[in-house]
Ligand binder design. Structure first.
Ligand code: HEC
Ligand code: HEC
Length: 405
C-alpha cells in the first residue's frame, strides 16, 4: 500500500495538523484508503483503539513500544466494541481481558516492586509479574515472585458508551450536587473529586471508577501507559508500570520515536482515540423510567438527567460524584485523597445481562442486577433496603428498566 496521507484527506483543514505518523502506522496496519473525510478522525481513532501493539523495535517506527510489561495488546481486548469486560459464560481458567488487579503496599500506595497493577503479560525476554484467574464467580491471582506479598483489588473495564455524555456534563452541576457533610440529612454525602487541570488549577474528575481523570485525553493516556506500557507526553516513562525496583524492565527497549514527539504515542494519537470514543452511544433506547427508580432512592445518586455545559440535557444516570458504598465495596488502594470504599456513581449503561457475560460493580463480582443492588452498602444502604422491601412485581419492573439501559 502507498504510504502517505490519502488525497482527499490532504484537503481537510484539520488534517494539516495531523502528523504523518498516524497515517504511516495505519498504512502499515493495512488501513483501506477509501473512506469519507467527514468521519476520518473517529475512523483513525477506532483503528488505533483496535490495533494490536507490538514490542519495539518493529519494522514500522510508530507501531511499536508495547510493554515490556502489559495487561493486553489493544484497547479493544478489554473494551470489545467499545463496551466493558465480557465474562465467559462458564469458566475455570484465565480471567477475561478487561480485568485488572490493582496492587498496593501496606498503606494503599502503589506496590513498591510491582507498581500500580499486576501485569500478567510481558514481551519476549521479560517475565510477567503473575497470573490472573477466574473461577466463574471470583477473580484470583498468583505472583511470579513467591517472596513478594501484595494487597490487591480487582477492577473491571466499564463500558465506554457514555464518554461523550460524561464529557458534556456542566462542571458547576457536578460541584454543586456534592454534599460532603450531608447537610440535607438524607444519608447521602457525595463529593466531587477535585484533580489538577494541568494548568495549575483544579477541576472535577469525571473519568475512571474513582473519577481520577478530568479529561478523556489523560484517561486514555493513562490506559496506554499502565495497561499497555506505551508512553506519551502525559505519562513519559516508556516502561509504563515498571517500578524502580524492576530495573531490568526499566531498561527494556523503548518504541519512542521523533515521529511521535519522542514518546511511543503522540498527543494527536490520544486525541484521535478520544474522537472515536465520542462517537460511541448506548446500543438501545431505554424503556420509560418507572417512578420506582426515584421512590426507591436510586435517582439520588444515579441522577437521570444532568445539565450539559451548553444548556442541553445529558442522560447518564450518574451524578459523577464519589460515594462511600460501605465495607462490601472496600478495596485496598488509596488513590490520593480517595478512600478505599469510595466509588464514582456508575453511569447505568449496557446493563443487559447477555447470559452472564455482563457482570456488575467495579470488580464484576455481582452476577445479576439484583445482586448488584444488594451489594450497595454505606451511603446506598437505605436505597438497597427499600429495593428489598418492594414486592416481586415492583422489583421485576425496576430490573426490567435497568436491563433496557
Ligand atoms: C487490561 C484491560 C484494559 C485495557 C487494555 C484498556 N482498558 Fe480502559 N479500562 C480498564 C479498566 C479496568 C478501567 C477502570 C479503571 C479505573 O478507573 O480504575 C478502564 C477505564 C477506562 C476509561 C474510563 C471509563 C469511565 O467510565 O470513565 C476509558 C475512557 C478507557 N478505559 C479507555 C481505554 C482506552 C482508550 C484504552 C487503550 C488505550 C484502554 N482503555 C485500554 C481496562 C482496560
Ligand atoms: C449513594 C449513591 C447510590 C445509590 C443511592 C444507588 N447507587 Fe447504584 N451505584 C452507586 C455507585 C457509587 C456505584 C458503583 C459501585 C461500584 O462500581 O462498585 C453503583 C453501581 C450500580 C450498578 C452497577 C453498574 C455497573 O455497571 O456495574 C447498578 C446496576 C446500580 N448501581 C443500580 C442502582 C439501583 C437500582 C439503585 C436503587 C435501588 C442504586 N443503584 C442506588 C451509587 C449509588
Amino acid at each position: 500500500m502507498r504510504i502517505g496521507a490519502p488525497r482527499h484527506a490532504r484537503t481537510s483543514r484539520r488534517w494539516g495538523l495531523r502528523s504523518a505518523a498516524v497515517w504511516l502506522l495505519l498504512s502499515a496496519a493495512g488501513w483501506p484508503q477509501a473512506h469519507a473525510t467527514a468521519s476520518l478522525d473517529p475512523a483513525l481513532g477506532k483503528a488505533l483503539f483496535d490495533r494490536k501493539w507490538v514490542a519495539a523495535p518493529a519494522s514500522t517506527d510508530t507501531a511499536d513500544g508495547l510493554g515490556p510489561l502489559f495487561n493486553a495488546r489493544s484497547c479493544a481486548a478489554c473494551h470489545q466494541g467499545g463496551g466493558g469486560t465480557r465474562f465467559p459464560a462458564t469458566a475455570n481458567g484465565k480471567a477475561p481481558d478487561g480485568i485488572v488487579v490493582r496492587l498496593s503496599g501496606m498503606e494503599g500506595q502503589p506496590h513498591p516492586v510491582l507498581g500500580r497493577q499486576l501485569q500478567p503479560l510481558a514481551v519476549a525476554g521479560f517475565a510477567p509479574e503473575g497470573r490472573i484467574f477466574w473461577d466463574g464467580s471470583r477473580v484470583s491471582f498468583t505472583l511470579a515472585d513467591p517472596s513478594l506479598t501484595a494487597h490487591a483489588e480487582v477492577r473491571s473495564a466499564p463500558s465506554l458508551k457514555t464518554m461523550r455524555a460524561i464529557e458534556r456534563v456542566d462542571e458547576a452541576a457536578i460541584v454543586q450536587a456534592a454534599d460532603p457533610d450531608d447537610v440535607n440529612g438524607d444519608g447521602i454525602s457525595g463529593r466531587a473529586r477535585m484533580v489538577d487541570d494541568g494548568k495549575g488549577g483544579q477541576v472535577a474528575g469525571r473519568f475512571g471508577l474513582k473519577a481520577a481523570h478530568a479529561t478523556l485525553d489523560t484517561q486514555i493516556a493513562d490506559a496506554f501507559a499502565f495497561d499497555m506500557g506505551l508512553s506519551s507526553r502525559f505519562f513519559p516513562l516508556p516502561s509504563g508500570d515498571c517500578s524502580e525496583a524492576e530495573q531490568q524492565c526499566r531498561r527494556g527497549r523503548s518504541g519512542a520515536s521523533s515521529a511521535t514527539e519522542g514518546h511511543e504515542i503522540s498527543t494527536e494519537m490520544v486525541a484521535l482515540v478520544a474522537d472515536y470514543l465520542r462517537t460511541l452511544k448506548p446500543a438501545r433506547a431505554p424503556t420509560a423510567m418507572p417512578a420506582l427508580f426515584t421512590t426507591t432512592g436510586c435517582a439520588a445518586c444515579h441522577t437521570p438527567a444532568l445539565p450539559g455545559s451548553k444548556g442541553e440535557t445529558v442522560t447518564l444516570f450518574s451524578d459523577l460524584l464519589l460515594h462511600d458504598l460501605g465495607q462490601e465495596n472496600e478495596g485496598v488502594v488509596r488513590e490520593a485523597d480517595v478512600s478505599a470504599a469510595e466509588w464514582r456513581t456508575a453511569p447505568l449503561v449496557d446493563l443487559f445481562a447477555d447470559e452472564g457475560r455482563r457482570r456488575y460493580m467495579h470488580d464484576g463480582r455481582a452476577a445479576t442486577l439484583e445482586e448488584a443492588i444488594a451489594r450497595h452498602g454505606g451511603e446506598a444502604e437505605k436505597a438497597a433496603a427499600a429495593f428489598r422491601r418492594l414486592n416481586r412485581n415492583d422489583k421485576d419492573a425496576l430490573l426490567r428498566f435497568l436491563s433496557s439501559l
